[in-house]
Design a protein around this ligand. Structure first.
Ligand code: SME
Length: 155
């Protein structure tokens, strides 16, 4: 385990708890968490949310280049995470069948599904221009941030 990375995510989680403590508004908290992730994580070119509306994911607050607006459930990395309710950690997006290229710079990606009452209501998506950017420790740290967001909007 990389102790520096562990400490990095611990501090980031503390900042997120404080930043998301004011309101339970899902847009406000998604906007600030996207900004916190984008500003804090090195080698990231996109960080943001897609919200679920039935069989479709629609883009929410994010940082980075303009993105695809609608993603059908089950399609791309985001739609796969949402449909399977499992984190998708993709070391090489070019090797992921059906990857949706919003930013041509993206090389690796992690998508975390967010659940309430057993149902996916959103996904947190983070892209990197570096292949293999996200390891298991990043996944754990980002899952903690996603959980802080989910709790903040469920209040
Ligand atoms: N690459 C994603 C699409 C969203 S963008 O990366 C912002 C996907 O395949 O679902």
């Amino acid at each position: 385990m990389d102790r520096n990375k562990d400490e990095f995510y611990r501090e980031l989680a503390q900042q997120a708890e404080a930043l998301l403590s004011t309101t339970s508004d899902r847009v406000a908290n998604a906007a600030n968490l996207s900004a916190l992730i984008f500003q804090s994580l090195p080698q990231v070119n996109w960080a943001g949310f897609y919200f679920r509306d039935g069989d479709t994911l629609i883009v929410g607050p994010f940082q980075g280049k303009p993105a695809c607006v609608l993603i059908p459930m089950g399609e791309g990395v985001c739609g796969t995470a949402a449909a399977t309710r499992t984190v998708q950690r993709v070391a090489d997006v070019h090797a992921f069948d059906g990857h949706i290229a919003c930013d041509a710079d993206s090389r690796s990606e992690i998508v975390i599904p967010l659940l309430a009452d057993g149902e996916v209501f959103a996904v947190l998506d983070i892209d990197s221009p570096v292949s293999g950017r996200f390891d298991a420790q990043d996944q754990h740290g980002l899952e903690q941030l996603a959980a802080i967001y989910t709790r903040s909007v469920a209040r």
